[in-house]
Design a protein around this ligand. Structure first.
Ligand code: RB5
Length: 166
């Protein structure tokens, strides 16, 4: 089966992005780059939104977003309902962001991590799987937030209070 992923960055992330794309191709991914395609000044919300929309629509199961810190572009991606973007700077959080939070967008900063650490972060993220179980209710709560469904949200929170899980 073809493994597909989309990736976007602003101008600050645009230097690191080709190295990540090359790495993704090396490990068997078909990669779609939504820009920025050069180092000309631009705005991270454009690319966070593009990656977020492609993931939320189901066009791509996963996406990667890079800016200077990873913060701005993750905030932008998280504005799209259905997106759970994790901004991380080490592999442990990358892995846990999938296992516990079912993150579907990975964000990091080109001014924060070097290319080798970024590749380790990407690998940790891609190799991890959502664990479901006790984490599923929290994801359902996030989904209720996406649609601002207070009734469902409150019900889920009530269920959580009775749960004995961590
Ligand atoms: C651009 O100067 C910079 O603010 C951007 O790449 C990012 O770090 C924002 O969060």
């Amino acid at each position: 089966m073809i493994k597909k992923i989309c990736i976007g960055s602003d101008h600050v992330g645009a230097e690191l992005k080709p190295k990540i794309i090359e790495h993704l191709k090396d490990i068997g991914y078909e990669v779609t780059d939504v820009g920025a395609y050069n180092l000309e000044r631009t705005d991270y919300p454009i690319y966070g939104r593009k990656v977020g929309e492609l993931v939320a629509s189901g066009t791509f199961p996963l996406g990667i977003a890079i800016c200077g810190t990873g913060v701005g572009i993750s905030i932008a991606a998280n504005k799209v309902p259905g997106v759970r973007a994790a901004c991380v700077s080490e592999p442990y959080s990358a892995s846990l962001s999938r296992q516990h939070n079912n993150s579907n967008v990975l964000a990091f900063g080109s001014r924060v991590v070097g290319s080798e650490l970024a590749k380790m972060i990407v690998d940790a993220w891609l190799n991890a799987e959502f664990q479901g179980g006790r984490h599923q209710r929290r994801i359902n709560e996030l989904n209720a937030e996406d649609t601002r469904d207070d009734v469902i949200f409150d019900q889920l929170v009530e269920n959580g209070k009775n749960s004995k899980e961590e």
